[in-house]
Design a binder for this molecule. Structure first.
Ligand code: HEC
Length: 198
């Protein structure tokens, strides 16, 4: 049962107490859980294993279907389930004002966003299930955004901003179980969407 602590209910009129639907508890609390915290809240990101390459039959089939679709961008992307993601991206410093956007990361991030996020988020098209993410890199830090994508369950428990959003949107943000390199690429994409290519 998810219970807002007294005094932390958001100003949006969210009810205090235990009325809200239970959040999924499928995984143990992560490093973001303040109860288990002797380290800074957002670091390090938990490392998840990269998805296997295009060896699985399903991936092959998707690839062939994509090729049949006359080598569209989608077809080509379907042939590369890893999208050219590089493990080293997980360690790349987060974007900051004035720094150059990494175009390769941002392009991969765009495709990952299309596959994992557009069901619930638009970029400039208004709220869908979740908030419009246009301008999100101006209202939140890249650290916060990274944590929200990588570990929404913990954030929705431990972070007051995330809890306030949940009170407004009433649906918990979904954990897409992306590894750290993919999360990093999406952050780069969101940054480029707000700040432009350079
Ligand atoms: C099932 C729908 C769903 C999916 C899929 C989803 N989100 Fe969310 N997201 C939400 C909701 C709803 C919120 C608001 C918080 C809440 O209610 O849990 C949110 C909040 C956020 C926020 C904070 C926005 C703000 O205004 O501060 C970010 C950033 C975000 N999502 C990014 C992503 C990214 C990137 C993906 C894809 C990897 C994604 N989300 C996938 C539903 C979703």
């Amino acid at each position: 049962m998810f219970c807002a602590e007294p005094g932390t209910a958001p100003e949006s009129g969210g009810k205090m107490g235990c009325s809200r639907k239970a959040l999924p508890r499928s995984r143990p609390l992560s490093l973001y859980d303040p109860a288990a915290m002797s380290i800074p809240r957002w670091d390090p990101l938990p490392r998840r294993r990269a998805r296997p390459g295009p060896t699985r039959p399903l991936a092959r089939l998707r690839c062939l279907l994509g090729l049949a679709g006359a080598l569209t961008a989608t077809g080509a992307a379907a042939c590369d389930p890893n999208l050219g993601v590089e493990d080293s991206w997980a360690q790349a410093p987060l974007p900051e004002p004035g720094a150059l956007v990494d175009p390769q990361m941002a392009d991969v991030g765009a495709e990952l966003f299309r596959r994992n996020c557009v069901a619930c988020h638009s970029l400039g098209g208004g709220s869908v299930v979740g908030p419009d993410l246009a301008g999100v890199t101006f209202r939140r830090t890249p650290y916060w955004i990274r944590a929200m994508i990588a570990n929404p369950d913990s954030m929705l428990r431990a972070d007051s901003t995330a809890r306030a959003l949940l009170a407004t949107y009433q649906v918990p943000m979904l954990d897409r179980r992306l590894d750290a390199a993919r999360v990093r690429a999406i952050v780069e994409f969101l940054w480029r969407a707000d700040h432009g290519p350079a």
